[in-house]
Design a protein around this ligand. Structure first.
Ligand code: C2O
Ligand code: CU
Length: 485
């Protein structure tokens, strides 16, 4: 009898049986660039940096600095092993470059002016070409006047897909979270030099918070139907805690693809330039709307004082029947720990001081970028860097060109290119320089800190040579990097 009854009542559907609600991500849609190459393993696109009037605040326009005329720039999506070719043109009134944040590109493609390439002057062009061998969520941005240029809108997402990813993760949703400094009355930019030294010390945060370039867009969800959020924090200074009342998130990974195991978390903090790869399982009743808010995050002295939360996105649960969420696998991949038995250890203290004229001067080990000698390494070596922070602010430390592992047994093993170093703590990272010799950068990704001096260079020499790092013409660097407005 019981068997008969259950045969007549339809059993509840699972997340894998149903689609996302109609138009679920329409409000968050990103531009997709045209692929000019018929080869399915080559993505070849044109990308023009230009100023475009965009309506960010209703009824006003802002002269946004863009890649391709949209905010954020178009979604560059490839699959593991693809070749990516970008014909870049600079139509901005300032020189610029593109840095492929997190991608393990050849050194000449890294986009650092005066170090890996000449700056691309107004009207100039540059061809970037590399293969993408690591699945994950990445982004790109300029490395010239980067605090200002990123602050004005220069960033775009990159996704390198792994065709073997499990379908239980849910449908992909790229969420570029950022902020921008606008006068809300007329949409004009707040002048870059307002606030002076003191706001550089804090790290400037924009007056308006954006998700995929919009103020408070709407996302449609169905109760129980998972979505895979690929969150990119493209803010110049703002930390973004991902948190939603009555929900936990399943963390799949972060900067450079999947972690070894998935895990549940009530809050995922994404520092400037970090990425979070997380599964969101909507739990609210059909017909309800929940606001996803930015919540002040304490990243040091005075950073939460008198600050309110900000609505970022409305999450609307549609009137469809709830479904049973899919089971996310726990083991995601195997990540071998880096062999540190012969590692060369270096202390890098992230310091804040003052120069002779009392201007704020940041650096590593008390030395600002423009006076610093490059760190030395060779292809094949493994290094441990002790990132020490006795300053009054957290610093998101970023290394170009290589993935590292954080040496901390309490963390699930994963590959990273950016890590938060909280006030009063030391974070130890291990990195193997597996190839691609050249001059690479490392810096704090609070870009106001980087430009105040918290940036350095790393010379990775060829395995078979003992020559020291080449002489750097630092005047070129200083010209380009700390050029005054
Ligand atoms: Cu996003 Cu020098 O980096
Ligand atoms: Cu910093």
């Amino acid at each position: 009898m019981v068997i008969l009854l259950s045969a007549c009542t339809p059993s509840p559907k699972t997340a894998l049986d149903v689609e996302q609600p109609e138009g679920w991500d329409d409000d968050l849609a990103l531009a997709i660039p045209e692929d000019l190459n018929p080869d399915p393993n080559i993505l070849e696109i044109e990308l023009e940096a230009k100023i475009t009037d965009i309506e960010i605040i209703e009824g006003t326009t802002t002269p946004v600095w863009t890649y391709g005329g949209t905010l954020p720039g178009p979604l560059i999506k490839a699959k593991v092993g693809d070749t990516v070719i970008i014909h870049f043109k600079n139509s901005l009134p300032d020189s610029t470059t593109i840095h492929w944040h997190g991608l393990r590109v050849p050194n000449q493609m890294d986009g650092v002016p005066g170090v890996t390439q000449p700056p691309v002057e107004p009207g100039g062009e540059f061809r970037y070409e590399f293969t993408v061998d690591d699945a994950g969520t990445y982004w790109h941005h300029p490395h010239v006047n980067s605090a200002a240029q990123i602050g004005w809108g220069m960033y775009g997402p990159i996704v390198v897909e792994d065709p073997n990813d499990s379908e239980e993760f849910g449908d992909d949703l790229v969420l570029v979270m950022s902020d921008i400094s606008l006068n809300v009355g007329d949409g004009s930019f707040v002048p870059e030099n307002s606030g002076g030294d003191f706001t550089s010390l804090f790290g400037k945060e924009g007056t308006v918070v954006l998700v995929n370039g919009k103020v408070r867009p709407t996302l449609k969800v169905r109760q129980g139907k998972q979505q895979r959020w690929r969150v990119i924090n493209a803010s110049r200074s703002r930390y973004i805690p991902i948190r939603l009342r009555d929900h936990t998130f399943t963390i799949l990974g972060g900067d450079n693809g999947l972690a070894e195991r998935s895990r549940e978390a009530g809050r995922v903090v994404v520092t400037p330039s970090e990425r979070a790869d997380i599964v969101f399982t909507p739990m609210r009743e059909p017909g309800s709307t929940q606001v996803f808010r930015w919540i002040p995050f304490n990243r040091g002295f005075g950073t939460v004082y008198r600050r309110a939360s900000v609505p970022m996105m409305d999450i609307e649960t549609v009137m469809d029947d709830p479904v049973i969420p899919a089971q996310i696998p726990e083991q995601l991949r195997t990540i071998e720990p880096i062999d540190i038995s012969n590692a060369i250890e270096t202390d890098l203290e992230m310091t804040i001081g003052q120069d002779e004229t009392n201007n704020i001067e940041m650096g590593f080990n008390g030395i600002p970028y423009w006076n610093m000698m490059p760190l030395q390494a060779r292809v094949g070596e493994t290094h441990i860097w002790n990132l020490i922070n006795n300053s009054d602010f957290n610093h998101p430390f970023h290394l170009h060109g290589y993935f590292f592992q954080v040496l901390d047994e309490n963390r699930v093993p994963e590959w990273k290119d950016t890590v938060d170093v909280p006030v009063g703590e030391t974070v130890r990272i291990a990195v193997n320089f597996e190839g691609r010799p050249g001059m690479w950068m490392y810096h704090c990704h609070i870009l106001d800190h980087a430009e105040a001096g918290m940036m350095g260079q790393l010379w990775v020499g060829p395995a078979d040579s003992t020559d020291p790092a080449p002489e750097q013409d630092l005047s070129v660097l200083i010209d380009v990097m700390v050029k005054e407005e």
